[in-house]
Structures are given as structure tokens and as C-alpha cells.
Design a protein around this ligand. Structure first.
Ligand SMILES: Cc1ncc(COP(=O)(O)O)c(C=O)c1O
Length: 477
């Protein structure tokens, strides 16, 4: 039988050297699963003669692939596809990777403006830039030579301390600064958790519908994701236990479920903690927007009920300051500090120390608290503007879902309207609404639109963009 590589076609006319053409074809064959782990490659002499090239050309291609770990040379026995590409089930890992789920459309930036309805942004028009610039400039001026060397891998001590104080005051979380790890955003934070606590193939519960970044991130890292339905009490813990009691981790947004806005009931919180305790599993409490609550008192964070040290508490400055900072934090149980430190040492926290120091000053000088205090009524106002404009223009097409807080608004669509199609059409018109159904994983019932409102600085602007949205919906009707 001829080896599959014998059918390789090389092209002398290409700028790509021949050895590199061979290298790329073999690499493609491996990543696409045509060549599986432990498959034997033709001998250098055999392939060179099949392809009509010099032996050195094939040797160079093989050598590059060996250096990158795709191939292994087993001496006299020949050259093989690396055995390390085997996963636990014995199939080629690379061949087994599924296509990633489609996530939010790319950011639309006409003339570098923030598009109306953009999700996940705080009010950037009222961010205290003058104060911020002064603080950053002061930090820049006072940078010592020592501070230009490698920064602490888990984050600057002054920021870790400032966050520990803030969490104590605002969320009733008691922790030592050493338990606070600084990360370059939620993605980096989740990566740090995965590499510290999980192994490839571990099962992880996540909310369905849920934040569309979480599932692909877990999948890339080789986790088995287990979507758990969310109802009017939040994640259905009993369903999770019935589906995969042996999961190693649950990732959820208990304060204000993303995207439905529900608060996880106390009974479910207790059931979740009990499950984690029994299974020695971990819980990630993603408290991404709890600072913004407009009605009633929030339930205390899950972390404050965590007597057994099973909860990892995650927060971010993306909603309270601005997302370009790439600054998030993770509070880990005291008994896990050493393990997280070891992993952080390998990864480094990834957020420039200058920015960390500036945020620490911003908090310690009282600006953070003042800013949040100003933002709450402002967001309540801007949310009401949007709800009002939608009510006036689109009452027959959608219903605004009442939520106690948060910086995005959810509107359920009436039967006959398709959120996915409408969101696509809206994006073409520069309106960054998102379809609720794109946040689903296994469930299929969602039909709504998610809209950011924080950057509407006057009611007339809201009316204008809601009129544009009404046109889109009118056309889709
Ligand atoms: C549910 C959820 N978790 C976490 C984050 C924080 O993300 P980051 O810190 O990477 O900006 C967001 C931001 O939109 C979010 O919506």
C-alpha cells in the first residue's frame, strides 16, 4: 500500500521552499487527523524518491516537525507521528477537537465609535479621566529602577491589599491579600483556575444560557462542559447532580445570572455548597457586575457562605473602571494559595504593574468608591430611558425583563420574531444588540435581545437608536 504522503503534490513555482511545502502538508495531515498518533512515516529516502526531491529536503521537513513535537524519530525503527498526540481515549487529540461554538459577532466600530447597545461596557463618557491620568502620570514619574524588573507573578501587593479591603467592605468577604490573585481579565483568570485545579477531561458545569466566552475557553483547555439549565431560581443544581455528580467544577454567576439577571436562590446556594463539599469539587462565583444594583438588597455572595473553602470568587474592573485595563481578580481558598502561586509563577499575572499600581491608588484615594456611587443612579437613569423608549416604540414586539441590577437590558421577543435574524440585521445597521439564543448551549427556548445602555448620554439619543431598531424589527415582521 502506498503511503498517503506519496500523493503529496509539490509546486516548484511557489515562493515557499520545497522542504516547507512538505512540512506544511504533513502538519496539516496531522492536525486534520489524516495522520494519527503513532502512524509511521515513509523513510526519508522513500518519500524523497516518490516526490522527486533531494533527501536533504525531506530530512529538513522531518527535522522541523520533530523539533516542534509533531513527529518522533525512533532511530532505526523510523519516524512516527508523536505518541503524545494521543488523548485519554486513545484517539488523536488534534483530530478530536470539535469546531468551537460561534460566539458574539466581532465588534463593529464605525469611525471608531462605540456602537449603540454595545454590551459589557461601563459609561465611558463619565469615567473620571482627569483623575485617572493624574494618578497614572504620578505612578509613571515615581517608577523606580527596581520596579522595571519582573513584577510579582500574582499581582502587586498594594493592589491585592486594596482589593481585599474593598471586598470586605462591599461584599462581606473576609480574605487575606495573599488569597487575591490579579489576572489579565476573566479569560486569564479562568485559565489560571483550570491549570491549577483541573486536568484534561474533567467535567465542568456551566450555566445554560450563559456568558458565551466560558464554554469555548473550557473546551479549548480540554474540559468536558456540562450545560446546566437556568430557571427562575438560577442554575438548577439538582439537574447538575443528576447529569454529572462527579463534575470537578461549577462556573456560575449567582448574584445576577448572565444573561437572565436572576439571583441564585438561597436553597440552591446551600445545595451547591453541599455538593461541592461532598464531591471535593470547586465553585467559581463570577461576580462580574454586582456593584450595580438598583432595587432591593443583594443576597450576600456565595463566597461569604463558604465555610469549607470550596468557592473561588472572581471579580473584574471591566465594568467598574473600563475593559481595556484587562484587570480581574480571583480570591482563592487559603489552602489553595500555594498551588495558585506556583501556577501564577509560570503564567505571570499579565497585567502591567503600572496599571495595577494606578488602580491601587485609585481605590486607596477613595476615587473608586466615589465613582461607583455616581454610576449607580446614572445607570438606573440610562436603563429607564432605554426601557421607556422600547416601551413606546416596540411594546407589541418585545417585553423588557425586570432586573434588580446590571449593565445590560434583556427584552423578550414576542412569538413570530427570531432574535438571531433580528440581531444579525441590526448589526448590519451598526446596532450592537445580541440575540439571547446565541447565549444558549443545549437549551433552545430563548428568544430575546440583549442591549447595553450605559453609554446613552441623553434620552434623545436613545429614542433615535430605538427608532432604528424598530425599523429593523419592522422589516423582519
Ligand atoms: C459574565 C461575565 N463574566 C466576566 C466578565 C469579565 O470579563 P473581563 O474581565 O475579561 O472583561 C464579563 C464581561 O463582560 C461577563 O459578562
Amino acid at each position: 500500500m502506498r503511503h498517503i504522503l506519496a500523493s503529496l503534490r509539490l509546486d516548484n513555482q511557489l515562493a515557499e521552499p520545497l522542504y516547507r511545502q512538505i512540512y506544511l502538508r504533513i502538519k496539516d495531515a496531522i492536525t486534520q487527523g489524516t495522520l494519527v498518533a503513532n502512524a509511521r512515516l515513509p523513510s526519508v529516502r522513500g518519500l524523497a524518491s516518490d516526490l522527486g526531491v533531494a533527501r536533504a529536503t525531506v530530512e529538513n521537513a522531518y527535522a522541523a516537525l520533530v523539533a516542534e513535537g509533531f513527529l518522533q524519530s525512533r532511530g532505526q525503527a523510523g519516524t512516527y507521528v508523536s505518541a503524545q498526540l494521543l488523548d485519554l481515549t486513545g484517539r488523536s487529540t488534534l483530530a478530536a477537537i470539535e469546531p468551537l461554538p460561534v460566539i458574539a459577532p466581532p465588534a463593529f466600530r464605525p469611525e471608531r465609535q462605540i456602537p449603540p447597545f454595545q454590551l459589557g461596557l461601563p459609561a465611558l463618557d463619565v469615567f473620571p479621566r482627569t483623575v485617572w491620568q493624574r494618578i497614572v502620570a504620578r505612578q509613571l514619574r515615581s517608577t523606580t529602577t527596581a520596579a522595571m524588573a519582573h513584577p510579582p507573578a500574582s499581582g502587586l501587593p498594594e493592589l491585592r491589599t486594596a482589593i481585599a479591603h474593598y471586598l470586605h467592605l462591599s461584599r462581606g468577604i473576609v480574605c487575606q491579600p495573599e488569597q487575591v490573585f490579579i489576572c489579565a481579565g476573566y479569560q486569564a483568570l479562568l485559565d489560571l483556575i483550570i491549570s491549577t485545579l483541573l486536568r484534561p477531561g474533567d467535567a465542568v458545569w456551566l450555566e445554560d444560557p450563559g456568558y458565551p466566552i466560558t464554554q469555548p475557553l473550557l473546551k479549548i483547555a480540554g474540559m468536558q462542559t456540562i450545560p446546566i439549565p437556568v430557571d427562575d431560581e438560577g442554575m438548577d443544581i439538582a439537574a447538575g447532580i443528576a447529569l454529572r455528580p462527579d463534575a470537578r467544577l461549577a462556573v456560575l454567576t449567582p448574584t445576577h445570572q448572565s444573561p437572565l439577571g436572576i439571583s441564585l436562590s438561597l436553597a440552591r446556594r446551600m445545595a451547591l455548597l453541599e455538593w461541592a463539599q461532598q464531591q471535593s469539587a470547586w465553585i467559581v462565583e463570577d461576580d462580574y457586575d454586582s456593584e450595580f444594583r438598583y432595587h432591593g438588597r443583594p443576597l450576600p455572595p456565595l463566597k461569604s457562605l463558604d465555610r469549607q473553602g470550596r468557592v473561588l470568587y472572581a471579580g473584574t474592573f471591566s465594568k467598574t473602571l473600563f475593559p481595556a485595563l484587562r484587570l480581574a481578580y480571583l480570591v482563592v481558598p487559603a489552602c489553595q494559595v500555594a498551588a495558585f502561586e506556583a501556577c501564577s509563577y509560570l503564567r505571570m499575572c499579565g497585567c502591567p504593574p503600572l496599571m495595577q499600581a494606578a488602580v491601587a491608588d485609585f481605590i486607596n484615594d477613595g476615587h473608586f468608591y466615589r465613582h461607583l456611587k455616581r454610576m449607580r443612579p446614572l445607570y438606573r437613569q440610562r436603563r429607564e430611558w432605554l426601557a421607556q423608549a422600547l416601551g413606546q416604540r416596540l411594546a407589541n414586539e418585545l417585553t423588557v425583563v425586570a432586573q434588580a441590577g446590571g449593565i445590560q437590558l434583556l427584552a423578550q421577543l414576542k412569538a413570530g420574531l427570531n432574535d438571531h435574524e433580528l440581531a444579525q440585521q441590526a448589526w448590519q445597521q451598526g446596532l450592537a444588540v445580541q440575540a439571547l439564543s446565541n447565549w444558549q448551549i443545549a437549551t433552545t427556548s430563548a428568544n430575546g435581545l440583549l442591549m447595553g445602555f450605559t453609554n446613552f448620554s441623553q434620552y434623545a439619543d436613545v429614542e433615535r437608536v430605538v427608532a432604528r431598531l424598530a425599523e429593523v424589527i419592522g422589516r423582519g415582521n
